[in-house]
Design a protein around this ligand. Structure first.
Ligand code: SAM
Length: 297
């Protein structure tokens, strides 16, 4: 591929100097507000792509292609790549950097306001892999949206802030364990692939990053519950008031259920009402959600 001055870039992704050159040529100053930290290390791109285990049968959704460094690497391996980028200034850059990638479609939109059902209907058939270096200011809303809208997903491989990767992967009891851990682990099996230093991005972010892989069950969930909305209401109630005992947190979260009945429900599931919500495993949350469902619906 060539830059405006005609020099050839043979590789998939871009090095630090190539990235700087492209940004300069198109007069782009990276936007802090849009979380623009461009990846400039080909070994790390290779790690992300290896974790995604791509073949020509795969359809990929990339969120935030930036100048197209990861997009080019994905396009070289997958059957199809749809890249959703919010920043209109990057559209001509992507037109240039992706001009030889005939299996890529760029959509200029905010992923958070897109209807994923329609996106799937219009661009994909069946399960999709999401591979992205996410904008850190909206990582959790993007992950929650992907999980909540229940579109057919196969795997998610994303670069996120290290702390967010820890929260997604956390088990009961610690400070990292919360609603995000439950939402992720209810649908997927997370594994942290690598920790990534800030120095591989331009501009350099203030925080460390990590690549995390989330494998989605073919059924869409790892645990079967009678009412998913009730499960997430329960999780919000338990973590909304982390310091309270489960009995008190559920008392406020489910005001329509008599406290005596709540005590009986907890006893029936073998869960001590004096425990805090943050000590419950995901299995216990699912069991409790089913007990509440049976006793109240
Ligand atoms: N993929 C590129 C790379 O690895 O170098 C860029 C990653 S950069 C961390 C995040 C990208 O997400 C930026 O290009 C930014 O403009 C884009 N972005 C930010 N918010 C977005 C949103 N709500 N919807 C879609 N793209 C968004």
């Amino acid at each position: 591929m060539k830059t405006k001055d005609g020099r050839e870039f043979m590789s998939d992704g871009y090095t630090l100097s190539e990235t700087r050159e492209i940004l300069k040529e198109f007069g782009i100053k990276p936007s802090k507000g849009l979380g623009q930290n461009f990846l400039t290390d080909k070994n790390i791109l290779a790690k992300m792509v290896a974790a995604a285990e791509l073949s020509r049968h795969d359809q990929v959704l990339e969120i935030g292609p930036g100048i197209g460094t990861l997009t080019r690497t994905l396009a070289a391996r997958a059957g199809k790549v749809v890249a959703v980028e919010i920043d209109r200034r990057l559209v001509p850059v992507l037109g240039h950097t992706l001009k030889h990638c005939d299996n890529v479609e760029v959509i200029n939109a905010d992923i958070l306001t897109l209807d994923l059902g329609s996106l799937w209907k219009g661009h994909f058939t069946g399960r999709v892999k999401v591979v992205a270096n996410l904008p850190y200011y909206v990582t959790s809303p993007i992950i929650m949206k992907l999980l909540e809208e229940n579109v057919p997903l196969d795997r998610i491989v994303v670069m996120v802030q290290k702390e967010v990767a820890q929260r997604m992967n956390a088990g009961p009891g610690g400070k990292d364990y919360g609603a995000l851990s439950i939402a992720v682990q209810y649908r997927t099996r997370p594994s942290v692939i690598a920790e990534i230093p800030p120095t591989v991005f331009v501009p350099t972010p203030k925080v460390a990053s990590a690549i995390i892989r989330l494998d989605v069950q073919e059924t869409g969930v790892r645990y079967a519950v009678k009412d998913e909305r009730l499960l997430f209401r329960l999780v919000r109630a338990a973590f909304g008031q982390r310091r309270k005992t489960l009995m008190n947190a559920l008392g406020s979260g489910f005001p329509e259920v008599d406290r005596k009945d709540l005590a009986k429900i907890l006893e029936g599931c073998g869960i001590d009402p004096r425990r805090r919500g943050e000590t419950l495993s995901i299995e216990e949350f699912c069991l409790l959600a089913d007990c509440i469902y049976e006793k109240t619906m």
